[in-house]
Design a protein around this ligand. Structure first.
Ligand code: ARG
Length: 307
């Protein structure tokens, strides 16, 4: 973090009750987990602590949701809400297994509001499902949300997100059950690159991506990188924190000026989640106005701009 930048802030939840006790995506195999639950539980603690430590070293502040027994997926705080401009839009979950998380996340966001970290906490219209930032990835460079739907979230949630935040939302239909949340297959980088796995999307969704992302900014993942959830990354300034990646992807990201930090998250991969899923950015800001100001500055002749 450079001193001129405001401190990044994330919401996380210690994996005190993390386990795989049900299956709501193809990564999850409760019987397999149960055969090795002590070792996997210990690995989860250690991996989560390393991720937490990495984000702290990078200068981030971390807020914590208290873990709750019987809610193993509460650790995936990316699913708690969509947060932008100090406003949180609380998630609603598709599966009954995760629905009991909703009141706990609700309480956590009310507490963040009470502590002055957020200004507003909103709820979705009745009947709509939207699994938070897991399906609503903020693209800072384009000032828009990419929204995944078709497996967990409803396409109609788009209107609620646009109405809440007043920014454009691009819906992308997901087709591969392994990539059930958008954040498992797409990451928007601060300088405008989009890292994504084309195989996760319908032809129409891929076309929507091609329309908005210049060829030079597209970083397409191989199936191998996609399956180690390389797209499930936390990006802080120039550093990309991800659960693992192949040599080619690392080289490509480094060539573009990013520093790649691999932090193994194998225990969480058993649940279908990794770095992005385990965090929720609380300080993202839209910046239509600052962009307009910046671009009008660029248009000024130099002498004028300096005066
Ligand atoms: N087991 C969890 C589920 O299926 C994993 C969620 C991972 N979170 C994410 N944002 N992709 O819901």
């Amino acid at each position: 973090m450079t001193s001129s930048q405001p401190q990044a802030r994330f919401l996380m939840c210690r994996p005190a009750h993390f386990a795989v006790t049900y299956a709501i995506n193809p990564w999850m195999d409760p019987e397999n987990w149960a055969r090795n639950d002590h070792a996997l539980g210990a690995a989860a603690w250690q991996e989560w602590a390393a991720l937490h430590q990495t984000l702290c070293e990078l200068g981030a502040a971390i807020e914590l949701v208290p873990p709750v027994q019987g809610l193993p997926d509460l650790v995936f705080t990316a699913n708690a809400a969509v947060v932008l401009d100090r406003t949180a839009l609380l998630a609603r979950f598709r599966h009954p297994e995760r629905q009991p998380e909703e009141p706990h996340f609700d309480a956590a966001f009310r507490a963040l509001q009470a502590h002055g970290i957020l200004d507003a906490v909103r709820t979705l219209p009745d009947g709509l499902v939207l699994e938070g930032a897991g399906d609503c990835v903020w693209d800072d460079a384009r000032n828009l949300f990419w929204m995944g739907y078709g497996r967990r979230s409803d396409v109609h949630a788009r209107d609620a997100v646009e109405a809440t935040f007043g920014v454009e939302v691009i819906p992308l239909e997901l087709v591969d059950p392994r990539f059930y949340h958008l954040d498992t297959a797409l990451s928007a980088m601060p300088r405008g690159e989009l890292v994504y796995f084309p195989g996760a999307f319908t032809a129409a969704a891929r076309a929507a991506i091609l329309k908005r992302v210049d060829p030079a900014d597209r970083i397409e993942l191989t199936a191998e990188d996609a399956c180690r959830l390389s797209a499930n990354a936390v990006v802080l300034d120039d550093t990309i924190v991800l659960p693992g990646c192949g040599r080619r992807l690392r080289a490509e990201l480094e060539q573009r000026g990013y520093c790649v930090r691999e932090t193994p998250l194998g225990a969480f991969l058993h649940s279908g989640g990794a770095a992005f899923c385990l965090t929720l950015r609380l300080d993202a800001r839209s910046h239509v106005e600052s962009r307009l100001v910046r671009s009008s500055h660029r248009r000024l002749p130099q002498a004028q701009a300096r005066s």
